[in-house]
Design a protein around this ligand. Structure first.
Ligand code: GLP
Length: 275
């Protein structure tokens, strides 16, 4: 597992840059996607890269990590709506290639089995992007989550429901259950890329990536993955031991040189959109 620390805006830019690089190298990429506020700047970069750099999603297939149980895909608070709003409606991804679990399925257990099967049938996830919850969850794998778990129905922790409440209208209606792909499903991905930003993630980041691997901190399972990068902005890295070594290693690493050049352009101030 590689830990990368970037100044605030460059962290999301790096995740978008890696997605763009992998998609150009393999237009048929099977891409695992995540919802959440952390991902919003990543999706803004991808939309801009599609519009300005010709990044092509036409042959890509996507699988989202999770969905709230009980919410139809068209529900304003569903992750399906979130994805359409932030990415799917703004790039040339074919709607039939964009997959999320159906939270409104009559039989949630059968829906979990169907979704896990769909991922396996696609050949598995090539690149899985991830955020982290303050409970240490990946997707909605709340502690304790077996490290070999598969797509399943998961009860949401009180902290997670509280954290996601501001995104819900009316507030306080956050569902108590969700469908999430499992930690085992995530670990099967060929490459994992996690992004954590902001000081409110500093404590769980230090626990997950500088502490023991345990089902009580599900994200710690990524320490076992052979090809995983954890991208942090400065505030999220605030409690991580060895941060200075990670910063130095990144700036000296030759394989990140193309990103260091792209970063300067991608983060340059831009004129406001014309009305
Ligand atoms: C969400 C999602 C996760 C996400 C996490 C962090 O509810 N289930 O996939 O990574 O919780 O969310 P945020 O980025 O808003 O902090």
């Amino acid at each position: 597992m590689e830990i990368i620390i970037q100044t605030d805006a460059a962290a999301a830019a790096l995740m978008a840059w890696v997605i763009g690089k992998e998609l150009r190298a393999n237009p048929r990429l099977v891409l695992g996607l995540a919802a959440g506020s952390t991902m919003e700047p990543v999706y803004r970069h991808l939309v801009r890269m599609h519009q300005e750099e010709g990044l092509d999603f036409s042959r890509c297939r996507t699988f989202n990590l999770d969905e709230y149980a009980g919410l139809a895909p068209t529900h304003p608070n569903s992750f399906s709506t979130y994805m359409r709003l932030h990415l799917f409606d703004k790039v040339n991804l074919r709607p039939e290639n964009a997959h999320l679990p159906n939270g409104a399925a009559d039989n949630l257990e059968a829906e979990c089995a169907r979704y896990e099967q769909l991922i396996q049938g696609s050949g598995g996830i090539d690149l899985q992007v991830l955020g982290i919850g303050r409970t240490g969850h990946l997707g909605f794998n709340e502690p304790p989550s077996p490290l070999d778990s598969r797509t399943r129905v998961q009860a949401l922790a009180p902290l997670t429901r509280e954290q996601n409440a501001p995104l819900f209208a009316p507030p306080g209606q956050v569902p108590s259950l969700a469908i999430t792909i499992g930690i085992g499903t995530i670990l099967d991905s060929r490459c994992c890329l996690l992004l954590a930003t902001g000081a409110r993630k500093a404590q769980i980041v230090a626990k997950a990536f500088a502490g023991p691997v345990t089902s009580m901190v599900p994200a710690s399972a990524l320490q076992l993955h052979p090809d995983c990068a954890v991208i942090l902005d400065e505030p999220a890295a605030g409690q991580l031991p060895g941060a200075e070594d990670y910063r130095r290693a990144f700036e000296q690493e030759p394989r990140w040189q193309p990103f260091r050049q792209w970063r300067a352009r991608a983060l340059a101030p831009r004129p406001p959109d014309k009305k």
